[in-house]
Design a protein around this ligand. Structure first.
Ligand code: DAT
Ligand code: MG
Length: 140
């Protein structure tokens, strides 16, 4: 089978605007399983590691600052081809063009700030998922 695990984050904008339940509802409605779930405040070191692939890009520090602006909800989600499946539920990075029906398409908009605030993160490959799950949930 192709059962996978992925790391999902409800970002500070999603938590602050009260979308935690809606994001989890969509994950559960799709039939995926929650394996771990935690509300936490991420520190600079964790976020620098989490976003290591973006090191050196102009938006990385604004992105880390945004991710430290309030609590996030971190989850490990399991299911058949869930890495691609959750990315599909989330929609494209830019909320302006994210399709209606997706989390970003329905719940986010472009605020014209330095960093795109788009409600959720989802791992983008099996390698990223393994790395990110080990980073956020080392006990798993
Ligand atoms: P995704 O979250 O869809 O995997 P990504 O990994 O390319 O997107 O980028 C990580 C986050 O950084 C993204 O969710 C929003 C922000 N971001 C990406 N590109 C950006 C840009 N050009 N300007 C500002 N923020 C950006
Ligand atoms: Mg990404």
């Amino acid at each position: 089978s192709d059962v996978q695990r992925t790391l999902v984050l409800v970002k500070p904008d999603g938590v602050a605007r009260g979308h935690v339940g809606e994001v989890l509802r969509r994950i559960e409605a799709k039939g995926y399983t929650l394996v771990a779930l935690e509300l936490r405040e991420a520190d600079e070191a964790l976020l620098a590691e989490h976003y290591a692939e973006h090191a050196g890009k102009p938006f990385v520090q604004p992105l880390i600052d945004f991710m430290r602006s309030g609590p996030v909800v971190a989850a490990v989600v399991e299911g058949q081809r869930v890495i691609e499946g959750f990315r599909s539920l989330a929609g494209t990075t830019d909320p302006t063009t994210a399709a209606p029906g997706t989390i970003r398409g329905d719940l986010a908009r472009d605020w014209g700030r330095k960093v795109i605030e788009n409600v959720v993160h989802g791992s983008d490959s099996p390698e990223s998922a393994a790395r990110e799950i080990a980073l956020w949930f080392p006990a798993l």
